[in-house]
Each structure stands twice: as structure tokens, then as C-alpha cells.
Design a protein around this ligand. Sequence first.
Ligand SMILES: *[C@@H]1O[C@H](CO)[C@@H](O)[C@H](O)[C@H]1NC(C)=O
Ligand SMILES: *[C@@H]1O[C@H](CO)[C@@H](O)[C@H](O)[C@H]1NC(C)=O
Ligand SMILES: *[C@@H]1O[C@H](CO)[C@@H](O)[C@H](O)[C@H]1NC(C)=O
Ligand SMILES: *[C@@H]1O[C@H](CO)[C@@H](O)[C@H](O)[C@H]1NC(C)=O
Ligand SMILES: *[C@@H]1O[C@H](CO)[C@@H](O)[C@H](O)[C@H]1NC(C)=O
Ligand SMILES: *[C@@H]1O[C@H](CO)[C@@H](O)[C@H](O)[C@H]1NC(C)=O
Ligand SMILES: *[C@@H]1O[C@H](CO)[C@@H](O)[C@H](O)[C@H]1NC(C)=O
Ligand SMILES: *[C@@H]1O[C@H](CO)[C@@H](O)[C@H](O)[C@H]1NC(C)=O
Length: 298
Amino acid sequence: MRWILIIFLGSSLALSTSGWTYHPYNKRMNWTQARQWCQSTYTDMVVLQNQRENDYLVSTLPNRTSSPYYWIGVTKKHMNEPWTWIGNNSTWVGNNSWAANEPNNNHITEFCVEIYVNTGPNRGKWNDEKCSSPKYPVCYEAQCNETSCERGRCHETINNMTCLCEPGFEGDRCQTGEGSALTNNYTVQCPPLPRPDNGYLSCFGGNLTFNSTCRYGCNLGFLILGSPEVTCEVTGVWSGPRPTCAYYKQALLAVAGSAALSVLCCLCFCWMKRRKRKKLAQLRQREEVTSPFSEGQT
Ligand SMILES: *[C@@H]1O[C@H](CO)[C@@H](O)[C@H](O)[C@H]1NC(C)=O
Ligand SMILES: *[C@@H]1O[C@H](CO)[C@@H](O)[C@H](O)[C@H]1NC(C)=O
Ligand SMILES: *[C@@H]1O[C@H](CO)[C@@H](O)[C@H](O)[C@H]1NC(C)=O
Ligand SMILES: *[C@@H]1O[C@H](CO)[C@@H](O)[C@H](O)[C@H]1NC(C)=O
Ligand SMILES: *[C@@H]1O[C@H](CO)[C@@H](O)[C@H](O)[C@H]1NC(C)=O
Ligand SMILES: *[C@@H]1O[C@H](CO)[C@@H](O)[C@H](O)[C@H]1NC(C)=O
Ligand SMILES: *[C@@H]1O[C@H](CO)[C@@H](O)[C@H](O)[C@H]1NC(C)=O
Ligand SMILES: *[C@@H]1O[C@H](CO)[C@@H](O)[C@H](O)[C@H]1NC(C)=O
């Protein structure tokens, strides 16, 4: 009868292929052994994060008439520490999780927690216990792994696993979308760049594929003209114009040339402004002459 029940439960759990699944084991052992058993057979000992998960776990476990106690993955190392879950060190303890008058730490060494899966009023409640006591293990198995989501984070809850995709990706495994077109762009190659005259070139990012950059430098006595960095674009061409290495006199001339140009522009602008001001002044003067009954004289 018990075997039929276990087989029935096993097959019903196996049907839900996504998200966490819970797995009890019908051999009692101490907390450390139970955790090791879970880690070697499934993912780890059960972790609960809220009351809903607590209730769900209890509803999936077989009722036991004798010794209805299962270890859960919450523990502490010293008396004055908070209860801490294995996994991400969460210290969640619900308001109604403990059984009446628990945790009582009767032996000052009750640093492990069992959950009651009986049919009485304590069903689903917790009790602090000595870690060396033999109880039934209950494990969980995670479905998320490194290959579950191509370009996204795998998020799982009970019976549900979802890939939260990076921007530009979609699909149940984040395998499609415009972002994946971008990924394919990594096969785009830019043509090799010639070494500049009087300078050198170093490229990062491997094989001159999309998004790799090359940086120009000039030999001693030469100055760089233009942006020193170019990037391989999606279209397979290098960004921007290539810089050149100019002999410093030439470079200075170029710099002086552009400086002279701006000075010239400035002068031109100032001259035009002055001319305009002069013209305005002349106009005003003429007005004063032609209107004898201006406000000042009345
Ligand atoms: C949990 O806490 C322990 C001890 O403080 C630490 O060694 C471990 O890295 C922590 N784990 C996580 C996932 O934060
Ligand atoms: C542990 O993980 C759960 C869900 O994954 C999260 O809600 C909780 O905040 C985490 N706790 C800590 C202490 O990181
Ligand atoms: C276990 O007992 C509870 C409470 O009596 C009941 O609601 C539940 O259906 C039982 N579960 C199984 C698997 O028999
Ligand atoms: C659990 O059992 C193992 C093997 O019997 C033993 O080595 C270990 O000390 C025990 N751990 C606790 C906390 O009682
Ligand atoms: C990883 O998880 C996927 C389901 O998300 C499964 O199909 C695949 O077999 C798993 N891979 C490994 C190595 O466990
Ligand atoms: C699984 O979780 C995701 C995100 O939380 C949700 O959008 C989706 O509807 C859930 N799927 C099922 C079958 O519950
Ligand atoms: C560059 O291409 C070669 C051969 O195609 C390959 O072996 C190498 O891993 C590539 N390097 C990078 C950084 O992509
Ligand atoms: C291109 O490279 C830069 C810097 O290395 C990086 O920040 C950026 O995310 C990359 N862009 C893409 C689309 O891979």
C-alpha cells in the first residue's frame, strides 16, 4: 500500500517538468546526512521563502501516522544567531510558522528545524530539534541550469520556470528577437587595417569582428591627427575616418592653421558687429536732427 502511494506520488511529481519539484525520502537520518542525501540525489534540502510555499510543500508530502517529521533547510550555528536558510542565507520566518510554544530550544542545542506533516492542528508547523535526531529528508530539485536560458536569467518557482530575457531577446529560452540578430553580427568581419605611415596599430577583441576596436599611435616625433580609435561596425566597416601620423611641424602647421582660421573668423565677426553698431548710431543721429519737437524740448 505504501509503495503504491509512493509510486503514485513519484509519477505525479515527475509530470511537472518545470520549476522546483519536491522529493521526500522514506529513510530517517540526521540533519547533516539528510542534507547530503538531498545534495547527492537532487539539488538540496527544501528551502521555503513564504507561507504559500510552506503550504504547498505540506500538501505534496505523504501523511505519516507515525513519526510525521521532515527536516527542512533552515538552521543556525549558535544560540543567539537568527534562523538562516541554506541557499541564499535568507532569514525568513513567517508569523505563524512555529508550532505552539516553539522554538523552545529544550536542549540548548536545537539548531535544526523539522516540519510536522500530520493531520492534527500542528500540520505544516515547525519545531526546533537536535540536529542529530533521525527525521525524513525532503529535498527539492531545481530545473534551471546554465543552458536553460540562452540570453536571460532563469527564474523558477514551484512548478514554473521562466526565462527573464535580456533586452532585445525573447522566446521561452530567450533564443530569438532582434538581439539574436545582433549576436549573429559577431560573425561580421571588418577588413584588416593597414599599418599607418609613421605609426602603429593595436587591435582588441580578437578577429576584427563586430565591436572590436583598434587603436592608433604615432612614432616619436609624430603627432596623431584625428580620433585615435576606430570600431568595427555592424555593417562590416570601420567607424570614422582613419587618423594619420603627421610630422610634428606639419601637425603644428595644421593646428596653427585651424587656430588662425578661428582667429580670422573672430575678427571678421567683431568687425561686422562694430559696423552694425556704427550704422545704428548714425541712423539715430539723423533721426534726432530731423525731429525738432522731441520729448526733451516740450
Ligand atoms: C551565507 O553565509 C555564509 C556564512 O556567513 C557565507 O559563507 C556564504 O557565502 C553565504 N552565502 C550566500 C549565498 O550569501
Ligand atoms: C533569497 O531568495 C529569495 C527568492 O529567490 C528572495 O525573495 C530573498 O529576498 C532572498 N534573500 C536574501 C537574504 O537574499
Ligand atoms: C493528509 O491529511 C490532510 C489533513 O487531514 C488532508 O487534507 C490531505 O488530503 C492528506 N494528504 C494525503 C496525501 O492523503
Ligand atoms: C550524522 O550522522 C553521521 C553518520 O552517522 C555522523 O557522522 C554525524 O556526526 C551525525 N551528525 C550529527 C549532527 O549528529
Ligand atoms: C537544463 O535544463 C533544460 C530545461 O530547462 C533541460 O532540457 C536540459 O536537459 C538541462 N541540461 C542539463 C545539462 O541538465
Ligand atoms: C510562470 O511564471 C511567469 C512569471 O512569473 C508567469 O508569467 C507565467 O504565467 C507562469 N506560468 C504558469 C504556467 O504559471
Ligand atoms: C579568431 O579566429 C580563430 C580562427 O578562426 C579562432 O581560433 C580564434 O579563437 C578566434 N579568436 C577570437 C578571440 O575570437
Ligand atoms: C561593444 O563593446 C563595448 C565595450 O567593450 C561594450 O560596452 C558594448 O556592450 C559592446 N556592444 C555590444 C552590442 O556587444
